[in-house]
Design a binder for this molecule. Structure first.
Ligand SMILES: Cc1cc2nc3c(=O)[nH]c(=O)nc-3n(C[C@H](O)[C@H](O)[C@H](O)COP(=O)(O)OP(=O)(O)OC[C@H]3O[C@@H](n4cnc5c(N)ncnc54)[C@H](O)[C@@H]3O)c2cc1C
Length: 416
């Protein structure tokens, strides 16, 4: 059934008995034209665009848990296109454009809210960097605007502007940036892909990748072997483990990133705000909780829970920036496993094995990337050619040295 205001009203009046399941629960077939490993945002988007843009519908998404159980349902939901480096810049710009039409495209309310994302700066040097970044964003065709302290005070009256260590000098806003409901993005892509005939197979862990004479022939799963000539590895924090099934060693480390939400409060934070002197970002969810996070836990791990030193660090950064946070009570915290590359930029590429593709290395910025990642991965898997906006996300850049270090922090996974 199509979702519409009319149907919501009619169903409300008729006792909501007419809604069907959002997607089917098919048994795996013996063979597909293509298989996507991983039912997160990127895997589901890849499947959807393979079907929608390339007419490939005999495909399956294999998910070891339930759809949306990974990072797609764990992130702090920030969507923006304010990247600086060529390569990243055009890709995230493309993604934001897809976000702007996503709800109509999927016929699903992903609660995309363009409430503006503000990066604060706290020194003359940081102001110069913000101006430079702003100019790069505008040159890319997206929006960026410098905000003075009086402007900021009007928009964000709750910040501590005169802290002695890190006084606020101004901010860079992207008004088209904002947030979306994270798991709704997985559900929206899932429902739309299912409608186009894609098999979404949950509780189906891939345990092996079959390769004959340098060519992929299928996968082994907890629900039996499945043949396919094309296989996409789209498993975020588990990328190294799944690639190892094909004998590959990826330039990726897995790290934990935590997030926090407070009890529901009346509207107080209208935008997404990022602190310039500490790793801290915050927004308010539509339910009223303040959703915030900081840095990764800094050592590699596959445990999707965090540790106390980083909790303390995030709380300190938040309190320094907005002392009012002391009055809020934290309701929940959780962690997700990040696929960190040494330069902080992602990979969408073929591998040396024929028919085996990889989409990984999203670090902690892959939520906003989901639409463009799916779009470009689908293009690559369907045509064999790299999409223009993902042209620099090559696996061999770690060999050639053609890195994209957006943060400028050097070749260490945990620093990005
Ligand atoms: C706390 C936190 C905050 C974040 N904040 C932001 C943010 O504000 N903005 C932003 O842009 N990004 C953010 N991110 C990053 C973003 O969530 C991720 O980069 C992105 O979701 C990763 O892609 P995905 O959705 O496909 O991953 P996932 O949802 O993790 O999907 C991968 C799937 O693969 C499955 N899988 C793994 N191994 C196998 C196997 N062997 N067989 C079958 N299936 C398998 C997993 O179960 C999982 O469901 C954040 C992440 C976290 C954890």
């Amino acid at each position: 059934m199509r979702y519409s205001g009319w149907n919501v009203i009619t169903e409300g009046l008729l006792g909501n008995k007419g809604w069907g399941r959002a997607w089917r629960d098919p048994a795996p077939k013996a063979e597909y034209d293509a298989i996507i490993i991983g039912g997160g945002g990127h895997g589901l988007a890849t499947a959807y665009y393979l079907a929608k843009n390339h007419g490939l519908t005999n495909i399956a998404v294999l998910e070891k848990g339930y759809l949306g159980s990974g990072n797609i349902g764990r992130n702090t939901t920030i969507v923006r296109a304010n990247y600086f480096l060529p390569g990243n810049s055009e890709f995230y710009s493309h993604s934001l454009k897809l976000w702007e039409k996503l709800e109509t495209e999927l016929n699903y309310n992903v609660m995309h809210s363009q409430r503006g994302h503000i990066i604060l700066f706290h020194s003359d040097g940081q102001r110069d960097a913000a101006v430079r970044r702003g100019n790069a964003i505008v040159n890319q065709g997206d929006d960026a605007e410098l905000l003075s302290v009086p402007q900021l005070k009007e928009m964000l009256p709750y910040l501590d502007y005169n802290q002695t260590r890190f006084p606020i000098y101004g901010g860079l806003i992207q008004r088209r940036a904002g947030t979306a409901r994270h798991d709704a993005v997985a559900w929206g892509y899932a429902r739309a892909a299912d409608k186009l005939g894609v098999d979404l197979i949950q509780n189906c862990e891939v345990t092996g990748i079959d390769i004959t004479d340098g060519r992929v022939t299928g996968v082994q799963t907890t629900r039996g072997p499945i043949r396919a000539k094309k296989v996409g590895m789209v498993v975020a924090g588990r990328s190294s483990q799944v690639a190892a099934m094909a004998g590959m060693r990826l330039p990726i480390e897995s790290h934990v990133l935590q997030a926090f939400v407070t009890e529901g409060l009346k509207p107080v934070i209208d935008n997404v705000v990022s602190y310039g002197m500490g790793h801290f970002y915050i927004s308010q969810s539509d339910k009223g909780g303040l959703v915030f996070g900081g840095d990764i836990d800094m050592y590699s791990s596959y445990a999707s829970r965090g540790n106390l030193p980083m909790v303390e660090h995030v709380m300190e950064a938040g309190m320094t920036l907005m002392p009012m946070l002391a009055r809020a009570r934290v309701l929940r915290s959780w962690g997700g496993i990040m696929d960190m590359t040494p330069d902080g930029s992602p990979i969408i590429d073929k591998t040396h094995i024929d028919g085996l593709f990889v989409d990984a290395g999203w670090n902690y910025g892959g939520f906003k990337a989901a639409p463009a990642s799916g779009w470009c991965m689908a293009h690559l898997m369907a045509t064999g050619a790299t999409h223009d906006v993902a042209a620099r996300f090559r696996l061999d850049r770690f060999r050639t040295g053609n890195l994209m270090d957006e943060e400028g922090t050097g070749s260490q996974h945990n620093l990005h």
